[in-house]
Design a binder for this molecule. Structure first.
Ligand SMILES: [Fe+2]
Length: 292
């Protein structure tokens, strides 16, 4: 029956319309979604005005999206949903490297780079040398692993946020490949803590809640290798002021690392005698064997 419905009976009436779905998972997802949406609406006694505001908000989130600005991803991030999905499937605590959220600044079409090259794209900043190693759970090197890395500049901006200044170029991101020892390494510039984009609809939520938009300083990584589970993760600077209060809940203790300061005159990992201060970061990533 779907006439003369009440605030209580409408839920079951809507759920029944999904029972004909051929895909069992689609059926489950929509029936449970309707349950929770309706329960939420009854619980808070949502007003018509609030509902219109919500619809307008979602429309504006959609209109804010561009190929380089993912406002829906950001909405999911600031509500903790992105990390929740990850935590359900990758609770962590084992021998493999913990994962965390992708974030809104990963872009397709990044350049490939040779190990040891400078991936900064001529962006100025404090030189940073990264040395990474990729191992399997038994400690054997994973050769030929594809490693995406991307990060902000020293003022907290990603390349896609300063396309005018960079004349449309990408910078501070690259796809590297591990050598026979599972090693990959590159030079770039040190990133900085930054606010998530807060000049759009998601910023309205943060301000309404008096929330900080800041993310602690970090480097992103996305690893793929034949026979292993893909890994999306990041490394967070240990002495960053925002390490305990990431706006998008993505920090795991196991991913906090030291960004080591070196003085001018010291020798960089690539053997260069540096005429300016620089930083080094090292990290081993452990990939899980793919389940068959
Ligand atoms: Fe980031």
């Amino acid at each position: 029956m779907s006439i003369d419905l009440t605030a209580a009976s409408i839920t079951e009436a809507v759920q029944k319309t999904f029972e004909g779905a051929e895909d069992e998972r689609v059926k489950e997802l929509f029936i449970r979604l309707v349950q929770h949406l309706h329960d939420f609406t009854r619980e808070v006694r949502l007003t018509g005005e609030e509902w219109f505001t919500a619809m307008d908000f979602l429309e504006r989130v959609g209109k804010t999206c561009t190929p380089t600005r993912q406002e829906f991803v950001l909405l999911s991030d600031i509500l903790g949903l992105s990390v929740l999905v990850d935590l359900i499937h990758h609770p962590g605590g084992g021998s493999v490297t913990d994962s965390t959220l992708l974030g809104p600044f990963y872009v397709e079409g990044r350049p490939t780079a040779q190990n040891g090259s400078d991936i900064s794209g001529e962006v100025e900043g404090i030189p940073l040398f990264f040395n990474g190693r990729v191992l399997d759970p038994d400690g054997n090197p994973v050769a030929g692993a594809k490693v995406d890395t991307w990060h902000s500049d020293g003022e907290g901006f990603y390349d896609v946020q300063m396309q005018d200044k960079l004349h449309g170029r990408l910078a501070m991101r690259a796809l590297l490949t591990t050598d026979d020892e599972g090693r990959f390494w590159y030079r770039s510039v040190a990133p900085r803590y930054y606010p998530v984009p807060n000049d759009g609809p998601c910023g309205e939520i943060l301000r309404a809640a008096n929330r900080s938009p800041m993310r602690p300083e970090h480097l992103h990584f996305r690893l793929h290798a034949e026979g292993f589970e893909p890994l999306i993760t990041m490394l967070v600077r240990s002495d960053d002021p925002y390490v305990e209060r990431d706006a998008v809940f993505g920090v795991r203790r196991s991913l906090v690392v030291d960004f080591v300061h070196h003085d001018a005159g010291d020798t960089a990992p690539d053997g260069t005698r540096m005429g300016e201060p620089f930083q080094t970061v090292e990290r081993t990533f452990v990939l899980d064997h793919r389940e068959h």
